[in-house]
Write a protein that binds this ligand. Structure first.
Ligand SMILES: C[S@@+](CC[C@H](N)C(=O)[O-])C[C@H]1O[C@@H](n2cnc3c(N)ncnc32)[C@H](O)[C@@H]1O
Length: 466
């Protein structure tokens, strides 16, 4: 008897006065009722899941089609995403989705080969292949490219295969290669130097990091000499002193520093410097001191942004960098250069703004306190210190900032050998808001504001004063 009939009989029997049902019978019948109910519920859920799966599958199919159509015609006007926030959500989502969809073999292949990309990209730059492709918007045959680069066809074809597979160039036909947005980026000489920095300067330390950490029992190596970088380059010097003695490395490092800020917002985009710090200035007012200002990109942009703002703009840096800045800023009016060591008291008093971008992240807390004490010596009531740095979120940091933190972990150490035996005392690092607050308080300064100007990279300007 089916469960439905049994239920019918049960109801019928009790209402017609038939033979009374025993307790065990009733119990069994109730169980059957429950089972029947569950069976129906299960069927219902299953059909819902089927409908849902169908609609989800349709949605995925549609999404895949949309993505494919964007990829087929990346230059189409509707592909341009003017809203930066949406662009970032799509890029982040795409990257995370691609990883989420990986089978184990994909994960392994990605990690096993990720380090091929950098040296291969450098080969494309060194041979002039990327520059040749980027010079014209048409496609090229492999023969044409072999002639332009001087790379034998047999090798070139293998390189071209790799570059198209890794999306560094486009292949638009059997033997037709064209530049893409990535090729354009890689064809620029400053960009190639930044890649050479990542390869020649940061490559050896990062590959030796597992052994180094293992040999020290995974002690925090930041702020400690020797660093992964100093060991890999066989020097006892701090990274900046080593750069001073190696012009080839300084050239690549300056390119890297320059390139990493290209196309990104500046603090002036959210903070009106003139209105905040530039009132009542005369030509003799010291307006802006760019401490560790390198070849002066920020000072230059400040001048361009406020062309009629009077006052002195001064870059202070190490001697070899000031030398480079002289040629980089050749002929730029209204920007002065001064050799200055941040570990000595600031020689210029009463500037409106003492600005430091990407300086303090290279030093351990106690070194930062020395630097801040030196700057503080120059402050008056009207002065501010502007610390332009990454302020790491406590959760969900994007790759770039997290990678940068590892970069400073490998690169910069203390100059005091005494502190080598006290490794936990300090660390050069990207800092969270709390860590910045603690550092500024400890320096005896008042934290006035933390202004985010580049949310994608957590870049902020931290304003402090007396
Ligand atoms: C990471 S770079 C930042 C450069 C520049 N502020 C920018 O954001 O593009 C650090 C700078 O600090 C400078 N620097 C390092 N040690 C220094 C010292 N002891 N005295 C003065 N400048 C120093 C370096 O030469 C370099 O230009």
């Amino acid at each position: 008897m089916c469960q439905r009939c049994h239920l019918h009989r049960l109801v019928e029997g009790s209402s017609t006065g038939n033979r009374p049902l025993s307790l065990s019978h009733i119990h069994w019948s109730l169980s059957s009722l429950t089972a029947l109910f569950l069976l129906h519920l299960l069927r219902f859920c299953f059909s819902l899941i089927q409908i849902k799966m169908k609609s989800t599958a349709t949605q995925y199919e549609e999404l895949a089609q949309q993505i494919e159509s964007i990829l087929q015609n990346p230059e189409a006007p509707d592909v341009h995403i003017p809203d930066e926030h949406i662009r970032r959500r799509l890029a982040d989502g795409g990257r995370k989705l691609s990883i989420l969809l990986e089978e184990p073999r994909h994960t392994m292949s990605r990690l096993e080969h990720v380090h091929f990309q950098l040296p291969l990209a450098i080969i494309g730059a060194d041979t002039g292949l990327f520059a040749a492709l980027a010079a014209e918007s048409r496609s090229f045959t492999s023969n044409e490219l072999a002639q332009k680069t001087g790379v034998p066809l047999s090798l070139l074809k293998r390189l071209l295969r790799y570059y198209q597979a890794l999306d560094m160039i486009c292949q638009v036909g059997n033997d037709a290669y064209q530049s893409s947005n990535v090729t354009q980026v890689l064809s620029n000489e400053d960009h190639a130097d930044a890649l050479r920095f990542a390869h020649k300067i940061m490559g050896p330390p990062v590959f030796s990091l597992p052994d180094l950490l293992q040999s020290t029992g995974y002690k925090d190596p930041t702020g400690v000499m020797p660093t992964a970088l100093s060991r890999a380059h066989n020097t006892e010097k701090h990274a900046y002193a080593w750069l001073g003695e190696n012009p080839w490395a300084l050239k690549l490092t300056l390119a890297y520093m320059k390139v990493q800020f290209e196309g990104r917002p500046l603090f002036f985009d959210v903070l009106d410097f003139q209105a905040r710090f530039g009132t009542d200035c005369t030509s003799s007012t010291v307006l802006f001191i760019d401490i560790g200002g390198s070849t002066g990109s920020q000072s230059l942009k400040l001048r361009q942004r406020y062309p009629s703002l009077p006052g002195r703009v001064i870059i202070q840096d190490r001697p070899e960098v000031v030398q480079k800045a002289k040629s980089a800023l050749d002929g730029t009016p209204n920007i002065e250069l001064e050799v200055y060591d941040i570990f000595t008291p600031e020689p210029i008093k009463g500037a409106r703004a003492y600005y430091m971008r990407k300086i303090l992240h290279s030093f351990a807390d106690e070194k930062c306190l020395e630097i801040l004490a030196n700057v503080k010596a120059g402050l008056t009531e009207k002065s501010v210190i502007m610390i332009d740095e990454t302020v790491l979120p406590e959760e969900g940091t994007r790759p770039r900032a997290a990678q940068h933190d590892i970069e400073v972990l490998m690169s910069v150490g203390k100059s005091s050998p005494f502190l080598f035996v006290l490794p936990l005392l300090g660390c050069a690092k990207e800092r969270t808001k709390l860590e910045w607050e603690q550092l500024i308080n400890e320096a005896g300064l008042k934290l006035r504001e933390v202004i985010t100007y580049d949310a994608e990279y957590y870049e902020c300007v931290i304003i402090a004063g007396l």
